[in-house]
Structures are given as structure tokens and as C-alpha cells.
Design a protein around this ligand. Structure first.
Ligand SMILES: Cc1cc2nc3c(=O)[nH]c(=O)nc-3n(C[C@H](O)[C@H](O)[C@H](O)COP(=O)(O)OP(=O)(O)OC[C@H]3O[C@@H](n4cnc5c(N)ncnc54)[C@H](O)[C@@H]3O)c2cc1C
Length: 402
């Protein structure tokens, strides 16, 4: 099978890796270097966790993805996962966290319900008088996102995939949808070079478009997907912020878990790789065109500081190291998109990561391969039809409950 994958984020690069590893012929096209920060899969870290409320399917997929990330680490030699655990701050006895615990226990995934005093011992500074309990996933943690995407692309290339840096055009009326026109792009400046052969080599501007052809073409284009396929895909692309504060050495000790406050739409990590303690407001930000520049600014600092004061008092006045902007591409119900194009046989659309897609990349790719080869269909909820807004798989977002 010849497969063209457009988009080298977590979904596309994972697909390229698994297909190439299985001996298929793969061409992976991206307008940027894999891991570029303008893609949603750029940036240093992403949480990997199995908790998804009562949703058994995402729970199992996250667990499977963990195994595949480990395989990628073994294959590539890159250290991609930090198994520091993830702690969930439960405001009620029977909310998202209790449902997550039931779903994980049913699948034999380790998790522990801690009382608030036990939960407090996980962190250098903690206040939990508003909490019912803390749910700890000891085998969850953090994936080094940019490095992981680069490792996926590198390993895809090592298994024979061709990587092209170029901007692909969606099929136009009358053209063959399995022939993709690609306009070569100049080298991007937003990330380290991949250190694998990227075509055209050396990259140039103004070159003639390339034609790449496959039996299957997968468009895994993140925030660009809705613009490429208007009328088929609905996504809200929003500006989000990550804040990194200097918490001192205690927060850089191994074993301080990542954390999520689902109901209050906040999450973060300890100080990993010297970046500082990460804390982010997860309310959906203002709309941002996928091609617009990402301006780094700490507009959410007041809300983040207010949260730190109530949860991790020692961090309230911790100096701000950095604020980073990035994009979400949100489907209306926070479920992913993975479906065949309704008019073009062999063309598939994939995306809608909705702020929680990174971790799932390789496991989604595995399921997509099963669907494309007719072995197992994807869940109907990943389809292209109408979506009804639903409880978010990320945090409560702007639908904050208290
Ligand atoms: C701040 C932030 C925090 C997050 N936290 C988490 C987390 O903790 N855990 C988690 O699991 N997930 C998290 N996510 C979500 C996760 O990062 C995304 O769901 C995931 O990275 C989306 O991957 P993707 O492959 O769909 O898109 P992308 O990574 O955007 O990849 C799409 C690629 O397609 C390319 N492309 C688009 N159009 C074209 C074209 N015409 N021609 C060529 N190339 C094209 C783009 O250049 C891009 O590289 C977070 C996201 C953000 C922004």
C-alpha cells in the first residue's frame, strides 16, 4: 500500500511511523519541520493520563498509547516519557475523578484514591481544603511532545518513509484526490532540524510543485483541517497559554506529579527539564487563525496566580520564567475526527485533538490503520456529521462547575 500522510503532528507522524514500520510505502508531508511550535504538537510537554471520566474507550486508548510510546523510546533511544504520575483534584465524591477511577479499575489500570492529607504529600506545597479526595494515576505522567514528534518522523524515515517539507493542496473539483500537489516550503525556523533527509533537499522557495500519489491519502492537519475541508469539518481554533514559574529546587525533584483540576479547568506539571513549573488555565481562549502568528503573552496570569494561591501557596509569587502561546483545535464535543472523505475513496480526514489528543497519537494511528485496511471500523463518534456539544474530555473548560 502507498500512503500519503499530510501533517506530521502526533496523529500524522504516528501513522507514518506505524505504517512504515509495517513495511508500507509512506510519504509524510508537512509545511513545517515536525515538532515546529506552530503545530499543536509542538511545545515541550504534554500530559499522558488514562482518566477520561466514565469513557472506557479513551481510557483504553491512552493505556495502549503508553505502550506504543515506550516502543518508540526503545526503537529511537530518545527519552520521551516521564512517569511522574498525574494527580486529579476531586471536588466531589462522585464527579469526573470517581468515574475515572471506576473506568480504570475495570481495565486493571493502576490508580489510587488518596485522602487530601495523603495527596498533599505529593507536592512541595499544597492546600486542599476545598477537595473531597485526590486521584493518583502513578503510571501516568508527561510526554516530551516536540521530541516525541521528531522521534516519530525520524523512525518513520528509518523504516523507509519519505519526508517532504511542503504545503499540500486539498483535492479540487475534477482532480484526482489521490494525487496531491505539494508546494515546497523553505526551512522553518521554529524548531531544531530533524536530522533526517527532508525533501526537497536543500529546501527551496519558488520551486515547481511536486505531485505525490498514494492508494490512500490521509489529511491530519490539526488546526488547518477545517479550512482545507470546509463544510466537512468544524473546528474552533483558539489561542491558549502556558505559564512557567520558577518554583525552586523542590519542584524539580523527580516524582512530583503532573496535576489536573477538571472542574476548575486548570492543569500543570512540576519543573521538568529546567523549564519551570507549568500551570495553565484550560478555559477555551479567543479564536486564532491557524496561520496567524503566536504572540507569547501572560494574559491569563491573574487567573493562574489566583489558582496557585489556593492550591500551591508557595508558588503564588514565584517568578514567571516564560509564557507560551499555542493553539487548540476543538471539535464541538471534544471527540476526535477520523473518517473517510464522503466523496473521495481512499481519502481520510483526521484531527480534532481538542486539547487532549497528543498522548493518543500512536494508538489512534493503530486504529486508523485497522479502519483503512477494513479490519475494524472506527467509532461513529469520530465521524464527520453533526456533533452535539458534550462533556469535555480535557477539563470542564469554560463549562466550569463548582
Ligand atoms: C497548550 C496545549 C496543551 C495541551 N496539552 C495536552 C496534554 O496535556 N495532553 C494531550 O494529550 N494533549 C494535549 N494537547 C493537545 C494536543 O497537543 C493536540 O491534540 C495534538 O497535538 C494535535 O495533533 P495533530 O496531529 O492533530 O495536529 P498538529 O500537531 O497541529 O499537526 C498538524 C500538522 O499538519 C500540518 N499541515 C497543516 N496543513 C498542511 C498543509 N496544507 N500541507 C502540509 N502540512 C500541513 C501542520 O504544519 C502541522 O504540523 C494540548 C494542546 C495545547 C495547544
Amino acid at each position: 500500500m502507498d500512503v500519503v500522510v499530510v501533517g506530521a503532528g502526533t496523529f500524522g507522524a504516528s501513522l507514518a511511523w506505524l505504517l512504515a514500520r509495517a513495511g508500507e510505502r509512506v510519504t509524510l508531508v508537512d509545511q513545517f519541520e515536525p515538532g515546529d511550535r506552530r503545530a499543536t504538537s509542538g511545545g515541550e510537554t504534554r500530559l499522558i493520563r488514562c482518566s477520561h471520566g466514565e469513557d472506557a474507550d479513551y481510557t483504553a486508548m491512552a493505556r495502549r498509547a503508553r505502550t506504543l510510546w515506550r516502543e518508540l523510546e526503545a526503537e529511537s533511544g530518545a527519552e520521551l516519557m516521564v512517569e511522574c504520575g498525574v494527580a486529579w483534584f476531586a471536588h466531589g465524591e462522585d464527579g469526573w475523578e470517581a468515574a475515572s477511577q471506576r473506568a480504570m479499575e475495570a481495565q486493571g489500570i493502576p490508580c489510587e484514591r488518596l485522602d487530601v492529607a495523603e495527596g498533599a504529600r505529593l507536592f512541595p506545597s499544597f492546600r486542599g481544603d476545598d477537595l473531597a479526595f485526590v486521584l493518583l494515576e502513578p503510571e501516568a505522567g508527561v510526554v516530551r511532545a516536540q521530541r516525541a514528534v521528531q522521534a516519530l518522523a525520524r523512525q518513520a524515515a528509518a523504516h523507509g518513509a519519505t519526508i517532504i517539507r511542503g504545503k499540500a493542496q486539498p483535492p479540487s473539483r475534477g482532480s484526482d484526490p489521490l494525487e496531491v500537489e505539494v508546494n515546497p516550503q523553505p526551512p522553518s525556523t521554529g524548531s531544531d532540524p530533524l536530522e533526517v533527509e527532508v525533501n526537497p533537499q536543500p529546501p527551496s522557495t519558488g520551486s515547481d510543485p511536486l505531485e505525490v500519489e498514494g492508494d490512500v491519502v490521509v489529511w491530519a492537519c490539526g488546526g488547518w483541517l477545517a479550512g482545507l475541508f470546509p463544510g466537512l469539518v468544524r473546528l474552533a481554533v483558539t489561542r491558549q497559554e502556558l505559564l512557567f514559574v520558577d518554583g525552586g529546587p523542590a519542584w524539580a525533584e523527580p516524582g512530583v506529579p503532573g496535576w489536573v483540576d477538571y472542574d476548575h479547568a486548570m492543569y500543570g506539571t512540576a519543573d521538568l527539564d529546567g523549564l519551570g513549573v507549568k500551570a495553565a488555565l484550560d478555559v477555551e481562549g479567543p479564536p486564532l487563525d491557524p496561520d496567524a502568528e503566536l504572540h507569547d503573552a501572560a494574559t491569563t496570569e491573574p487567573q493562574v496566580r489566583a489558582y496557585l494561591r489556593t492550591r500551591f501557596p508557595a508558588l503564588e509569587r514565584a517568578p514567571l520564567n516564560e509564557a507560551r502561546a499555542c493553539r487548540y483545535e476543538l471539535s464541538p464535543d471534544s471527540h476526535f475526527i477520523a473518517a473517510p472523505h464522503p466523496e473521495h475513496d481512499g481519502v481520510w480526514l483526521v484531527g480534532g485533538g481538542s486539547g487532549h489528543g497528543f498522548k493518543h497519537g500512536p494508538a489512534m494511528a493503530e486504529r486508523l490503520i485497522a479502519a483503512v485496511t477494513g479490519r475494524e471500523p472506527l467509532p461513529a463518534r469520530f465521524g464527520l456529521g453533526q456533533r452535539v456539544p458534550a462533556r469535555s474530555m480535557r477539563t470542564a473548560g469554560s463549562g466550569v462547575r463548582d
